[in-house]
Design a protein around this ligand. Structure first.
Ligand code: SF4
Length: 418
């Protein structure tokens, strides 16, 4: 498994932790200096609690200070009375009312679990430092801005951090690419429509039979719907998807001469084609930059603090303001790669993540390095990719065909199918 990547990852994660620890030491230092420099003040502090000390001072024979200490001698009495009066009242009330409702209110307040995406960086770094002491990573200059930021991150700092994430992901995934198998724009368009609500792997295991039977828009537009439904059944929602891919095939045949158009405004008019699908096609076959806001991109954008929105269109617009247009397509691939391999939806492998020092959501997942490594789905760790026919520079293994299914035969039903 990604020995290289993981080791580098662990190192990054440690830096911010050590800084967190150093901060915690400072309060201790302050208290020690007070004790050494100002010996007289402690007596004033202990006055309200202890009435015995003033009498001891008087016994020592100091004549001047009694006036200052005389007040403290009388002071302890009122607090003692108030304690006696108030204590019984509160004691009487608590057993009557607190049992059912108050415990429910106070319990979560004490635990105070960190909100998603708002994991306090200080506590995170402190935890991390405790778990992996001694490792000092390189290049953690921005760790301060993320890990130690008490104030909201400035716009400039956010942009710098976001672009640095993109650069570091480019080093981790230099082979990032679209993970749908395709040989031409038509196949990519159809495969992208089929990828809704399922995995690219499932689509890649399904489309060989589909495209063997219907290789062109004209063929698919003239198909028998029930036959198409059977072929794409493993991708789920197969009836609606059949309507979409047959509808878009008819539109390509009738309106675009059987060719996939290279303009956003034309693509989004096709049945079943939204901005996400359009940008996948534009970015990967026409060279037009586009941001692909799929489920992985949405989740990671929020974890990175690039957006707080749930709306794909708003997210796309916000990300477009952060990155130059030329970065959009590859940024999308890298973020999606990272979401599939390390920053999973349910259990992100934070302890094996190479960008912990740039991520405000560090700690949302597993932080123990050993446990986190077991969560990775990383091609360099021997896992197969999503594509049956990956690019030549792909360092992992190709994905296998669907179990028990050879290309050209109708595969069985999949979970989540209609
Ligand atoms: S795994 Fe995800 S949430 Fe955890 S540090 Fe990495 S990018 Fe952030």
């Amino acid at each position: 498994m990604s020995a290289e990547g993981n080791s580098a990852v662990g190192e990054h994660g440690v830096s911010k932790r050590s800084k967190g620890v150093n901060r915690k030491k400072s309060p201790q230092g302050e208290s020690s200096t007070r004790a050494a420099g100002t010996p007289a003040k402690p007596s004033a502090k202990t006055v309200p609690g202890t009435a015995a000390k003033p009498s001891a001072a008087a016994a020592s024979g100091t004549p001047v200070k009694p006036s200052a200490k005389a007040a403290p001698e009388t002071a302890p009495e009122p607090p003692a009375r108030t304690v006696k009066r108030t204590a019984p009242k509160s004691v009487k009330k608590t057993p009557e009312k607190k049992t059912p409702a108050d415990t429910a209110k106070t319990a979560p307040a004490k635990k105070a679990p960190p909100e998603a995406g708002k994991t306090p960086a200080r506590t995170v770094s402190a935890k991390a430092a405790a778990k992996t002491p001694g490792k000092v990573p390189a290049g953690t200059g921005s760790a301060k801005s993320v890990a130690g930021a008490a104030r909201p991150e400035s716009r400039l700092a956010l942009v710098r951090r976001a672009r640095r994430i993109n650069r570091e992901l480019a080093e981790v995934y230099p082979y990032a690419h679209p993970e749908l198998d395709f040989r031409n724009p038509f196949e990519l368009l159809v495969a992208t429509v089929l990828s809704a609500q399922t995995t690219d792997l499932r689509v890649n295991q399904t489309t060989p039979a589909l495209f063997a039977r219907y290789p062109t828009p004209e063929d698919l537009a003239a198909a028998v719907p029930e036959e198409v439904e059977e072929l794409i059944r493993p991708t789920g929602f197969f009836r609606a998807k059949t309507k979409s891919i047959m509808g878009l095939s008819a539109a390509l045949r009738d309106d675009f001469g059987g060719e996939v158009p290279g303009r956003l405004e034309d693509l989004v008019k096709l049945p079943g084609v939204g901005r996400k699908t359009a940008f996948v096609v534009l970015g990967n076959v026409f060279g037009v930059p586009g941001i692909t806001v799929d489920t992985h991109f949405m989740r990671l954008s929020r974890r990175f603090g690039w957006t707080v929105s749930d709306d794909p269109v708003k997210i796309e617009a916000e990300i477009a303001e952060i990155f130059p247009r030329s970065d959009w397509t590859m940024l999308s691939h890298r973020v999606i790669f990272h979401g599939r391999r390390i920053c999973h939806a349910r259990r992100p492998a934070c302890g094996a993540c190479p960008i912990t020092h740039l991520c405000p959501a560090y700690g949302e997942g597993e932080t123990d390095p050993e446990k986190a490594r077991k969560l990775l789905k990383y091609e360099k760790g021997g896992f197969p990719g999503q594509r049956l026919n990956p690019p030549a520079d792909y360092p992992g293994r190709p994905a296998p065909p669907a179990p028990g299914t050879a290309p050209g035969t109708a595969p069985g039903a999949a979970p989540g199918a209609e």
